[in-house]
Design a protein around this ligand. Structure first.
Ligand SMILES: [Zn+2]
Length: 65
């Protein structure tokens, strides 16, 4: 009985930790992408797609730069 309770406690604690960790990782990953816009690319103000800086228009939504 005690072993079963320990396992239940461990499982719930473990899954909580996993979900928190992955959410934080995804958020920091998105921020890193935004901060580290590589030189030579332009971000579309309409759809946020990265396009070559020399591109005349967005390859995703056809917005003309
Ligand atoms: Zn676009």
């Amino acid at each position: 009985m005690d072993a079963m309770m320990d396992q239940l406690m461990a499982d719930s604690f473990k899954s909580d930790g996993d979900s928190d960790g992955s959410e934080a990782a995804v958020e920091s990953e998105i921020e890193a992408v935004e901060d580290a816009a590589p030189a030579g690319t332009v971000t579309c103000p309409i759809c946020q797609a990265s396009n070559d800086a020399l591109a005349a228009q967005c390859s995703t939504c056809s917005y003309v730069f």
